[in-house]
Design a protein. Structure first.
Lengths: 157, 157
DNA sequence: CTAAATGCAAATATTTTGCAGGTTA
DNA sequence: TAACCTGCAAAATATTTGCATTTAG
C-alpha cells in the first residue's frame, strides 16, 4: 500500500482528518532525501502554500511519528531531524560531523552489535532510531575535522 | 596523572586561568556518575557556592570539552548531557527510553560494527560519542514502553 | 597591571501551547 | 454541526552572548 493510502487510512481509523496542509507536508517528505529538519520541511512547504505555519509542521510531524510513518532522530546538531519511513524500511544513519552529509546504512551490519547489547546487557536497542556521528570517506580523505565532538580517531584501536 | 593535574596543566599551557568556579565544577563532575545535564551540575555546584551562574557552568563545560576532559552527548531528551572522561576511558551509553537510566557499555562489543562501517561505507564512526536509545532490561521486563520514538521491537528480526 | 573570567541580564533558537476562527466528515 | 485543525502569537526551554566588574597570574 502506498504511503499516502496508509496515512489516510490511519487518520480515518483514529478519527483524525485529512487536510490540505497534511497532504502537502507528506508530499514534501516524499520529495526530500535523507533526514530533514522541521525548518527545511517548512521552507519547502511554503513554496506550495505560503500561509502554512511551522507549528502545523511540528504538529503534523508529531502525528506522522505516532502513525509510524515518520522517524525522528537527534543528531548532534541543535535541531531534530525527520524522515519518512517505509520506503526503504528502517536503516541506520551515518552523520558526517565535518560536512553534515547523512548516509543510509543497512541495519544488517549492526546485527552482532545488537545481539551483544541484548545478551550482554539485557538492553533492547532501537538502532533504527539512531544516528551515528563520525567522518564520511570524503572528509576523512581530505583530512577534515569534526565541527564538534571528539572526532573519529578510532578509539577501538 | 590525576584529572585535576591534567586540567591545571592544560589551562596553563593555553593561557587559561584556574578559578574557584572551575575547580568546583570539575569536582562536581567527579562526584556524579553517568551522564549529567548542565542544570544538574549547576544545582550541585550551588550547594558549594550559591553565586555561581549557569552560564559559567556552560562555559566551563565547553572549555573542558575542548581539553578532552569532558564528553558531551545528545540523548533523545531536550537537554545535552555531559560526563567526565578518563576515569573509565571512552565507552558506549545505553539510554533507556522508558526510565531514562544510562548504562555504560564496553566499546569492545561494537568492534565488528565499527569495522563494517569502516570497510563497507568508508565511514569512521565516533562511537564513544554516541548514546544508544532502547529499553533497559527492567523496563523491557515490566512491559514499559518508550516515552518517545519507535521503541525497541527488534527491527533486526 | 592586564588579560581573562565571572555574574547578571538579555538575546537566541527551537519547539510547544492557548485560543479564536475556519474546515472536515 | 460538532469535533477537529489551523494560523497566529505568546510561552516554555535550553543555551549563548554582551557587558561592567572582579580576579588570577
Amino acid at each position: 500500500m502506498a504511503c499516502e493510502q496508509v496515512f489516510i487510512q490511519q487518520l480515518r481509523e483514529r478519527g483524525f482528518r485529512l487536510t490540505p496542509q497534511r497532504e502537502i507536508i507528506l508530499s514534501v517528505l516524499h520529495e526530500v532525501e535523507g533526514l530533514v529538519t522541521a525548518e527545511e520541511i517548512h521552507r519547502r512547504v511554503q513554496r506550495i502554500s505560503t500561509t502554512i505555519d511551522i507549528s502545523t509542521v511540528y504538529r503534523t510531524l508529531e502525528l506522522l511519528e505516532e502513525l509510524d510513518l515518520v522517524s525522528c532522530v537527534d543528531t548532534s546538531e541543535a535541531q531534530r531531524r525527520y524522515e519518512l519511513l517505509g520506503i526503504h524500511g528502517p536503516h541506520l544513519h551515518l552523520v558526517c560531523q565535518a560536512c553534515g552529509r547523512v548516509i543510509a546504512a543497512e541495519l544488517e551490519i549492526a546485527r552482532d552489535f545488537d545481539e551483544r547489547l541484548r545478551t550482554g546487557y539485557g538492553f533492547q536497542p532501537a538502532l533504527d532510531h539512531l544516528s551515528i556521528p563520525g567522518l564520511c570517506s570524503t572528509c576523512a580523505a581530505s583530512g577534515a575535522s569534526p565541527t564538534q565532538g571528539r572526532g573519529a580517531d578510532g578509539v577501538l584501536g
